[in-house]
Unconditional design. Structure first.
Ligand SMILES: Cc1cc2nc3c(=O)[nH]c(=O)nc-3n(C[C@H](O)[C@H](O)[C@H](O)COP(=O)(O)OP(=O)(O)OC[C@H]3O[C@@H](n4cnc5c(N)ncnc54)[C@H](O)[C@@H]3O)c2cc1C
Length: 438
């Protein structure tokens, strides 16, 4: 049976990630020890929670943010750093499901999410090493047709001219690996150090008088008349609104809502620094890259020229401690020339995948409790947008929040008991499909 209580605890024994070594921790207040009465309590110190607090603090709300461990402890401080436009699914698939008008609104919000991040970085001088360009690298022959269709479709229907096609010799020129058959560059997307971004934004909310309490896991949320009682180990928070921003680490905090997504673990390694010259021999223009397999490889160079290589999902719900070995194997298949470099860091994180791959927004307790999660591996920009839309909704402008909360999401059947077997079967199926197509 799938049962992973207190999922934020699974990283406690992990060694430090490259990102954690690249930036100082926030140093917030210690954990919360006395009762408080507040406008808004945000639960979760990742980008969804921090963005919610940032947007609300500008509007004058009193806010407390509780994080079970440290700011950026979850996926926001552990991810691949690819800041992608759009949604997790391609626009054509979204149109088939929701119609062109809705699909266009989703696309525009996807564009807005990246613009929002860029503005926050530039305006507040957050040093998180933003670099332009994300390349999709084709593993299958059919990808070439898909790329050409997408470039044409997005140009005609969305006036988006940010894609550029690469044939076999052009992609080899760009990425020094012989495994890719073609490529498609997205110039609307970027890559960056996600923990530096997360901590940079957390510092902003501190300046705006948001009280951040790390080491403060929320244990229970109970509606009490016109307030919500939020219970932590040592204190009670009485809040007019509560925002749950725990994504893949949600566990049982929102009851059966956990059945709207599957939490999956994904793993990353970082090599020793290669130096700029060597790094640019490997990725000529320093783009981030992701491939077209279901179990994707994604990689990019860090600000100090380490190869940050992510990939590989496990069939078990258990968090793998020595992920280094299997991620390394995947990296050497793409870049055998990296065998001579040391792996300095390996780590993993948990993300939330929904059935339709679109984020899941909702409310309960008479609209006093709000949540957003399930960005399906595309949450770096979307989580920041989600925080903005949650803040709009709390401030009385619900249209854009509603746009997401109206999306119908299937539940994993049998109250989640099947979510692990379904996930494992899907991984096996897609691994087999990747193998057949290759
Ligand atoms: C390995 C990996 C690679 C990824 N790569 C990319 C990428 O390249 N591009 C991209 O767009 N997306 C990527 N993602 C997804 C992206 O990181 C997430 O969608 C996004 O960070 C979600 O942010 P969040 O704030 O909602 O959740 P998180 O950042 O996971 O934050 C949730 C927080 O809630 C806290 N929490 C949980 N329970 C409690 C509780 N009871 N009380 C208090 N606090 C609690 C946790 O400790 C955690 O810090 C990746 C994810 C992973 C794991």
């Amino acid at each position: 049976m799938f049962n992973k209580n207190k999922t934020y605890e699974q990283h406690d024994n992990e060694k430090i990630s490259f990102y954690r070594s690249s930036v100082l921790d926030l140093n917030s207040k210690e954990h919360l020890t006395s009762d408080i009465d507040i406008d808004v309590c945000v639960i979760g110190g990742g980008l969804t929670g921090i963005s919610t607090a940032l947007n609300l603090s500008k509007k004058g709300y009193s806010i407390v943010l509780c994080e079970a461990r440290k700011i950026g402890w979850g996926a926001s401080g552990r991810n691949g750093g690819q800041l992608g436009i759009g949604m997790r699914k391609d626009q054509y698939t979204i149109e088939k499901k929701f119609g062109l008008t809705h699909a266009k609104e989703l696309w525009n919000m996807g564009l807005e999410s990246v613009e929002e991040v860029k503005t926050l970085i530039n305006k507040n001088r957050i040093d998180c090493h933003l670099v332009n360009g994300v390349m999709s690298a084709a593993c299958f022959k059919k990808d070439l047709e898909d790329y050409q269709f997408e470039i044409d479709h997005m140009s005609k229907n969305y006036q988006f001219e940010g894609y550029k096609f690469f044939n076999k010799s052009e992609i080899m020129d760009e990425i020094s690996s012989d495994i890719y058959l073609s490529g498609m560059l997205n110039t609307g997307s970027y890559h960056l150090n996600p923990l530096k971004l997360t901590i940079g934004l957390a510092k902003l909310i501190q300046k705006n008088n948001v009280s951040i309490f790390e080491n403060t896991p929320v244990l229970k949320i109970v509606e009490k008349n016109d307030k919500i009682n939020v219970y932590t180990k040592d204190a009670l928070i009485k809040a007019s609104k509560v925002v749950v921003a725990c994504n893949g680490y949600l566990d049982n905090l929102l009851g059966s809502n956990k059945n709207k997504f599957i939490p999956i673990n994904n793993y990353i390694i970082a090599t020793e620094p290669l130096g700029e010259k060597k790094a640019k021999e490997i990725i000529r223009n320093n783009y981030a890259v992701c491939d077209t397999r279901f179990i994707i490889d994604y990689y990019r160079f860090s600000e100090d020229w380490r190869m940050i290589f992510g990939g590989g999902e496990t069939l078990t719900s258990k968090f793998v401690k020595n992920s280094n070995n299997f991620v390394k194997k995947r990296m050497f298949k793409v870049f055998p020339q990296l065998k001579k470099y040391k792996i300095d860091y390996s780590w993993g994180g948990t993300l939330a995948i929904t059935v339709n791959r679109l984020p899941y927004f909702g409310t309960s307790m008479n609209d006093k409790l709000l949540y957003a999660f399930g960005y399906s591996g595309h949450g770096l920009a979307l989580s920041i947008l989600a925080g903005k839309l949650i803040a709009e909704k709390i401030n009385g402008e619900s249209d854009r929040f509603k746009f997401f909360s109206d999306i119908n999401h299937l539940s994993i059947p049998f109250r989640g008991l099947l979510r692990r077997p379904i996930y494992s079967s899907a991984i096996l199926y897609y691994k087999f499909r990747d193998f057949l197509n290759s």
